[in-house]
Design a protein around this ligand. Sequence first.
Ligand SMILES: Cc1ncc(COP(=O)(O)O)c(C=O)c1O
Length: 362
Amino acid sequence: MRPSPKPGIMKIAPYVPGRARAEGFERPLKLSANENPFVCSAAARAAYLDAAAEMHLYPDANTSRLRAAIAAKFDLEPERLVFGAGSDEIFAMAAQAYLGAGDNAVEPQYGFAAWKIATRAAGGEPRFAPERNFTVDVDALLASLDARTRIVFLANPANPTGTWLPFSEIERLHAGLPGNVLLVLDGAYAECAAGIEGFSDGLDWARDKDNVLVTRTFSKVYGLASLRIGWANAPAPVADALNRIRLPFSVPRAGEAAAVAALSDDAFVARSVSHFVEGRRQLDGALRGLGLETLPSATNFVTARFDDAQAVDEALARRGILVRRLANYGMPDWLRISVGTAAEIERVIEALREVLDHLKGE
Ligand SMILES: Cc1ncc(COP(=O)(O)O)c(C=O)c1O
């Protein structure tokens, strides 16, 4: 006899994070996790350092200051907000609250890896709806639903493809869902797509919906990935359910202080977003210039196809540059490259030019 995990747990493929180490390099160029190359707002850093004086205190279990700041900024009702240790924890809470044995959660073919972990951990079954040209296909999502579907996960724009849907498609998806299916609309990269015609982050639209949970994060444009702060706008009964299972102190005190400061630093966010828009255009153009196929990106990364993605990934790592392999997403020929600073974009393109020349010559 020995302890055995619940059914489903051992089917979970452990999350593979973007590589963080390159042998022989103290500080490799990390373009593997879509982090912010400008670090974070100076005000957020100062707030974080100030909070060091209170390290002995538990966080505010209600995340009251950040709750009030987000509600004011986005014109939302404070009591409908849910906080978590990154949006990852919110996906886990949603799955725990709404999926039981025999239930399923539908997601696109190249859905974000944390969703299937959350689904299986809760005892549910993930279902994958085929995409078209690496873009979410609403008809395929709808065709994948059955009577036991309780959640549909969708990121707009999406990771790891970077592609996006016009908001009319999200509305069409929602219109086709039974009322007892929760649509989790993951906006981890929503700020990066703000200027695109037909795109909407859905926060306004979700205001009066009973079955839409919109998640957001401080990990990307705000540059606070290490602090693990995600939030969601939820219908009141969904917020109530999630808050009952939420670990009370999952958003740290210093993280909350930094996030409040980051939220009011509009200049930092605007600079990051405009850099991501311009940077992805440059990165995409340069990759195409090297003869590579890329996916159109509305995010802070570009995903490109290689003849031998593994060899390219390894050769870049030997040059101290880390990008993201996507074999675990079922995209073994593709690499995802985060938008770094202008100099970092040049460096990765130069390195790629060398590596591709070298591989061609082999
Ligand atoms: C689509 C998507 N959703 C959510 C997350 C996770 O964000 P967080 O850091 O808030 O857990 C990521 C992170 O890469 C992501 O790509």
